[in-house]
Design a protein around this ligand. Structure first.
Ligand code: FAD
Length: 425
C-alpha cells in the first residue's frame, strides 16, 4: 500500500515554477498555491496584472491535492438550520454560491483545456440511521422548495438503485454536483497560471509581512522579498508564517482516505451503479466515489487527529474496516493507497473571505472547499479589481475560537463529543 494521495501519484506534476531570487514589485502577491491561490492568480494574470504565487511546498499538494475528489454543490449544513440562523435570503445566496462554484470549476476546465475527468455525476447524501432519513426528508422539503429544485428524495426501498449497501436508509440526490481528478486539475491550473504570465515560486514559505500603506505590503521569504500593491492570503489551515489572526479562527483537523485497486465493472455496478459522489449523515461520517480508473475512493474523519504517515496508516485501518462493513462485496479487494490531509475548519463550518488590516483572504472551507476554493479565487481576484460585491461571503462575522492559538489541543475532546452525539442521534 502506498502512503500517498492517489491524485498525486497518477498526475504529471507541475514543472513550470519560477526560479531565482524574489525581488522588485508586483501588482499582487498570493500566499499559498492551493486551488484558492492558483485560481486567483489565473484570473489576475488573464486580466494583465503582474502576479506571483508564493508556495511553501509544492502547488496543489496540501488539501487541494489530498481530498476526496468531490465537487458537491450546496451547503454541507442542514439548509433549514442555516436559514434559521442567517435568514432565508442569505441561506439561499450561500447555497447558490456553491452552485456557482461548481460552474466556475467547469468553466476553467473548459477555457484552459484541463484534462481532469470533470464529470457532472450528482451527489447522494445517505441516511446512516433509519431516524436520519426523517430528518433528511424534512430538510429536503424546505431545500427543494426554497433553493434547489434539482434535488430528489430517494426512499429506503429505492436506495439500492444508488448504492449497493444495506447500511443506508434512503437519501437526497443533488444533481448539480460533479467530480474530477484533483491532481490533474491542480497541475493544469498551475500550468494555466504560468501560461498566462503568472510566476509561481514553489518551496518559498512566507516568513514576514510588513504593511506599507493601505493594501500595499512587503512580503518576505528565504528567497528574498517583494513589494505588492495587494496581497491575498490563501494558506488554508497553515501552521507556519505570520498569520496569527487566521490561526486563531481556523482549526486544522485531519481527514483520511483510502483507495482500492481498480474494480471490475460488475463490482462497480453492484456497489455504486450511478457512480455519483456519496456522503453519509453521521457527524463523523464517510464520503466516497469511484475514480476515473475504477477504484473506490473511501474517506472519512476516522479519528480526530492530525495527518502524518503514522496517523494516516492508523486511520486507514479504521476506514478499511468501515468500507468492508458498508460493502461486503469488497471482502477480497486490496487497498492500494492511504493518505490524509488537514481540513481548515471554522467554528460554524462556513468559509470566510474578506479583508483584515489591508490583507485580503479566503479560507475556512471546512472540508467542503474543492469547488469553493476555485470559485473564491476568482471572486477575490474580482474584489482586487475593485468589485467588492463579487465576494459572496462578505459581511459574515468571524470571531476567534476561544482558547485556540495554534495546534488544536481540544481535538480528542471534540472527537469524543461527536462520537457520543453520533451514537445518540
Ligand atoms: C482529506 C481531505 C478530503 C477533502 N475532501 C473534499 C472533497 O471531497 N470535496 C471538497 O469540496 N473539499 C474537500 N476537502 C477540502 C478541500 O480540499 C479544500 O477546501 C481546498 O482544497 C482548499 O484549498 P486552498 O487553496 O484554500 O488550501 P490548500 O490546498 O490547503 O492550500 C494552501 C496552501 O498554502 C500553503 N501555505 C501555507 N502556509 C504558507 C506560508 N507561510 N507561505 C507560503 N505558502 C503557505 C500550503 O503549503 C498550501 O499549499 C478535503 C480536504 C481534505 C484535507
Amino acid at each position: 500500500m502506498k502512503l500517498l494521495p492517489y491524485w498525486q501519484d497518477t498526475a504529471t506534476p507541475f514543472a513550470g515554477g519560477a526560479s531565482g531570487p524574489l525581488e522588485g514589485k508586483v501588482d499582487v502577491a498570493i500566499i499559498g498555491g492551493g486551488f484558492t491561490g492558483l485560481s486567483a492568480a489565473l484570473a489576475l494574470a488573464k486580466r494583465g496584472a503582474s502576479v506571483v504565487v508564493l508556495e511553501a511546498a509544492r502547488v496543489a499538494a496540501a488539501a487541494s491535492g489530498r481530498n476526496g475528489g468531490h465537487l458537491n454543490n450546496g451547503l454541507a449544513h442542514d439548509f433549514p438550520s442555516v436559514a434559521a440562523s442567517l435568514g432565508m435570503e442569505r441561506a439561499r445566496a450561500l447555497y447558490h454560491a456553491f452552485n456557482d462554484a461548481v460552474d466556475s470549476v467547469e468553466r476553467i476546465v473548459t477555457e484552459e483545456g484541463i484534462a481532469c475527468d470533470f464529470r457532472r455525476c450528482g451527489k447522494i447524501k445517505l441516511a446512516a440511521k433509519p431516524e436520519h432519513f426523517g430528518k433528511l426528508a424534512a430538510s429536503f422539503e424546505v431545500l427543494h422548495r426554497e433553493a434547489d429544485p434539482e434535488t430528489a428524495l430517494i426512499p429506503r426501498e429505492r436506495i439500492r438503485e444508488e448504492v449497493g449497501s444495506d447500511l443506508y436508509h434512503g437519501g437526497v440526490v443533488y444533481n448539480r454536483s460533479a467530480q474530477m481528478h484533483m491532481g490533474r486539475f491542480g497541475a493544469g491550473l498551475a500550468d494555466a497560471v504560468a501560461r498566462h504570465g503568472g510566476r509561481i515560486f514553489e518551496e518559498t514559505p512566507v516568513t514576514g509581512l510588513t504593511r506599507l500603506q493601505g493594501r500595499r505590503h512587503r512580503v518576505a521569504t528565504p528567497r528574498g522579498s517583494i513589494e505588492a500593491e495587494q496581497v491575498l492570503v490563501a494558506t488554508g489551515p497553515s501552521q507556519n508564517g505570520p498569520f496569527g489572526f487566521f490561526r486563531r479562527r481556523i482549526v486544522a483537523v485531519g481527514s483520511f482516505i483510502i483507495a482500492t485497486e481498480p474494480l471490475p465493472k460488475a463490482t462497480l455496478d453492484a456497489i455504486m451503479p450511478t457512480r455519483r459522489n456519496a456522503t453519509t449523515s453521521r457527524i463523523i461520517g464517510h464520503y466516497f466515489r469511484i475514480s476515473p480508473d475504477d477504484r473506490l475512493i473511501f474517506g472519512g474523519r476516522a479519528r480526530f487527529a492530525m495527518s502524518n504517515p503514522t496517523s494516516d496508516r492508523k486511520s486507514g485501518e479504521i476506514l478499511d474496516a468501515n468500507m468492508r462493513t458498508a460493502f461486503p462485496q469488497l471482502r477480497d479487494t486490496r487497498v492500494e493507497y492511504c493518505w490524509g490531509g488537514l481540513v481548515d475548519m471554522t467554528a460554524d463550518r462556513l468559509p470566510r473571505a474578506g479583508e483584515h488590516e489591508g490583507l485580503l483572504y479566503a479560507m475556512g472551507y471546512s472540508g467542503h472547499g474543492a469547488q469553493m476554493s476555485v470559485h473564491m479565487g476568482q471572486c477575490m481576484a474580482a474584489v482586487m479589481g475593485g468589485q467588492d460585491a463579487a465576494n459572496p461571503l462578505h459581511g459574515l462575522d468571524w470571531p476567534w475560537v476561544p482558547g485556540h492559538f495554534g495546534p488544536a489541543w481540544f481535538l480528542p475532546l471534540v472527537g469524543a463529543y461527536f462520537s457520543l452525539k453520533d451514537k445518540m442521534q
